[in-house]
Design a protein around this ligand. Sequence first.
Ligand SMILES: NC(=O)c1ccc[n+]([C@@H]2O[C@H](COP(=O)([O-])OP(=O)(O)OC[C@H]3O[C@@H](n4cnc5c(N)ncnc54)[C@H](O)[C@@H]3O)[C@@H](O)[C@H]2O)c1
Length: 553
Amino acid sequence: MAITAISKKSKAAKQVAKALILIVEDDALQAEILKDHLESSTENCTIIRYSSGEECIKAIGKKKPTIAFIDFNLNSKNKKAMDGLKLSKKIKELNPKCETILLSDKNTEKAINDALKNSSVKFIAKDEKSLQLASAAVQDTTNPFQAMIQRFDIASKIIGLEQDVYNVIKNPSKLVEVSLPIKMDDGSIQTFDGYRVIHSTALGPSKGGIRYSTAVDADEVKALAAWMTYKCAIADIPYGGAKGGINCEPSKMSVGELERLTRAYTAAMQDIFGVDKDIPAPDMNTGPREMAWIVDEFSKIKGSFTPGIVTGKPLHLGGSLGRVEATGRGVCTSALEALAKMKMSPKKCKAAVQGFGNVGSITAKHFAMHGIKVVAISDHTAAFYDPKGIDIEKAMAYRDSNKGVLKGYKGGKLITNSELLELPVEILAPCALENQITASNASNIKAKLIVEGANGPTTAGADEILNKKGVIVIPDILANGGGVTVSYFEWVQNRTGYYHSEEEINNRADRWMKQAFANVWSVSTKHKISMRIAAYVFALEKVAKAIRSRGSY
Ligand SMILES: NC(=O)c1ccc[n+]([C@@H]2O[C@H](COP(=O)([O-])OP(=O)(O)OC[C@H]3O[C@@H](n4cnc5c(N)ncnc54)[C@H](O)[C@@H]3O)[C@@H](O)[C@H]2O)c1
């Protein structure tokens, strides 16, 4: 088993991939204006301009562009040349991950709309707003680590963070990459890449979940680890931040294969994990079952029963009462706190909730309990809308009897997930996955309050548009902190061996959430900044203070 531990000073731990932006435009002046704007408004990018599709395809070779801006009428000067739509499709074939955005004149808007039906290609009209939209689109395509750094940089400037402390916080303190050879059920051996990133231990042992997904890579885990540092600081729990993950497709693996993979990962990380060092928890595609395997494997390796090594365990192995509902409950608490500040009555509000798993369904349930009318819900199989309100308990019961999904539910009109985001509601709660609210749909959002149950549902490009519209966004690192708060209570209970009632846990978690909200709100009003940047400011000040007091070599 190969284990690579990369130290703080290592290049790989700090590396942020540079975005490659292509501009394919036959009008030199238009291309120059866009290039100039992008160069002045975006960082860490290389911009290359081509004047024809043929030239672009020839030059692209092994390059992996992040985003390509393509003139729709690329063949206006040479009718035989490749047009914008054709080039866009070719680039997508060569690089499926590259975002392509067509640039069009106002008078070709209808033609372009017709051409783009059923296509994932987007377009920007060449009008006065187009340059802002173009830089917002670039921000959308940056990877999660860059998206985190963009916000971190804004917050650092606001508090005038010294360069040396800035450098300490910006870079993860440790990145561990492991290769895990696992015997599959058919007898073959498959090798999986696993990661654990410790972002910071300035405020205490590092805390953060482990996710299983084919999207897991070092950049994703680095961003998520940093978010955990900020989330714990905001929630005022004595932890630093970490995250882990294994690049795998759990839905295609048997329970036996998943168990062997989880145990191999635990063995590989035995010197990283520790009750006072680094405490994992569930994240995407992991849950109490995986946590129980980790407790067992870790306890065997260390020779003593160690339930406090993870949180999110089954109750009978030392899990905490209240943990299952903690995140959704906290999302609702922060929405109620925001409504009070906005002088809006919950009983006069309608809400749309995207995602109907743990966070989404519990958020919707608590919204309904507080008189907020939940008019739309969704999961990856279907989305439903009923302006009169959806019966959340019924929808949860239906989901539980229907293999965990909403498909086929009869309590509302079938809509799409993108329609759900743009419904006429006061509150929007994205509780599913990343990058749902982007520069492309942010201007269509009607909600006055967005409360982020999911991690990273709003891109940096969308943030700008929402801020201008006056939409209040309660950021993930504040809104979904209820989960890690009760995880902390679980860890404390494991360490003391003394367990609390559900009521005690819920009351304490509500108090913690309200305090966290009040702290971030006051930073936001003091500096006249968005709640997202205020959350970063609050967290950075706290982490920086700890770093300064602890000193260094
Ligand atoms: N569970 C927690 O305690 C917790 C804590 C903090 C943050 N989060 C974050 O909240 C989010 C959801 O986590 P969860 O624990 O509820 O996961 P989950 O697996 O229980 O539920 C995810 C839900 O999202 C739905 N979904 C997936 N793709 C979708 C799509 N394209 N459109 C609409 N719905 C889609 C799924 O069908 C499911 O209903 C994740 O971003 C997670 O990182 C969870």
